[in-house]
Design a protein around this ligand. Sequence first.
Ligand code: HXC
Ligand code: NAP
Length: 310
Amino acid sequence: MLSRFGFTNFGRRFVHSQLQPRVDIMLPPGTFSDRVALITGGGTGLGKAMATTISRLGATVALLSRKLDILQKTAEEISSETGNKVLALQADVRNPDAVKSAIDTCVSDVGLPSIVINNAAGNFISPTQRLSANAFKTIVDIVLLGTANVILDVGKRLINSRQGASFLAITTTYTNFGSGFVVPSAAAKSGVEALTMSLASEWGRYGMRFNAIAPGPIQTKGAFSRLDPTGKWSKQVLHRIPTGRLGQPLEIANLAAYLVSDYASWITGEIVTFDGGELPFSAGEFNHLTEVTDQEWDELEAMIRNVKGS
Ligand code: HXC
Ligand code: NAP
């Protein structure tokens, strides 16, 4: 029986079995052996995954966020696995003085970073009319101004010391067309992308590159507890992802490592969408027809062929 486009066929779209990818570290050992990498929000989630990969590839890593106990635990975990130094720096990215003091410590302990990943973020779903001015400001302060505080502080030091660097920001795919219910995040992440492209142009002459990764959903406690408290969205979203699965932390870590490495030294001002195809799938008017079965297509085709006149 024809489902009459009722989408009763969710989950049947994948005609081939979906293989989980085998993901290993992509770049050669020692890629970052002479590098210091600063990663905000590096104690948890995607930041932790990127920190682990970059440390495995030889870098000295500095993790920066608010919760020192979590940072120290992650730093110990990573350095005991990789044998490379990992520093824990406590700072709230909203506070430029705290950022300055953390970078002072980084410089005196391990040196000025030549890799900076602005990954720290705040976000939660909410109807916009329920947000106070402070709620809106909190997200914009963490995401946009926090990123600017880190870039301004490290960037000025790099210019003064005539040292180049590679900056990477982690944004989202809804910078393209916005998204309801995460409006402060959409506005702030779009600002981060504008910052990325602007500084790629302005500071390229100082040997600095600026890129961003715009990921689709990758399961982390920090994100999913605030965006999907019931667990419904992360199941439904699979129907919009042509690759049929969520992303994996090591996949974004490999892409991030590549973009901040010298192998990507001609890539700057670029926003790399990393979403298993969700964005173009969601934009395509008729992509929902992937849910229609062969039998339903027989019926639909017969109906269309039977049309007489205009
Ligand atoms: C409405 C809320 C709220 C909620 C907080 N507020 N939660 N308003 N609904 N659910 C309001 C508060 O009442 C307060 O306003 C203001 O926001 C600040 O809240 P605080 O709790 O004081 O802020 P703070 O302690 O600084 O914590 C910031 C936070 C928190 C963003 C609210 O969730 C946090 O620390 N998050 C960090 C980690 C995180 O968010 N990770 C997810 C990133 S995922 P008033 O007016 O009462 O003072 C992501 C991916 C998206 O970005 C893409 C996925 C595909
Ligand atoms: P997460 O684990 O919650 O990471 C957010 C990190 O930001 C935490 O480590 C947090 O550490 C830090 N942070 C928050 N506020 C801060 C502040 N004021 N100052 C300093 N650090 C702060 O979530 P995640 O999923 O890994 O997210 C990482 C990045 O990926 C974010 O930019 C997010 O927007 C982006 N992203 C995630 C997804 C996804 O599906 N997971 C999709 C698209 C984009 P403290 O609490 O210690 O401060």
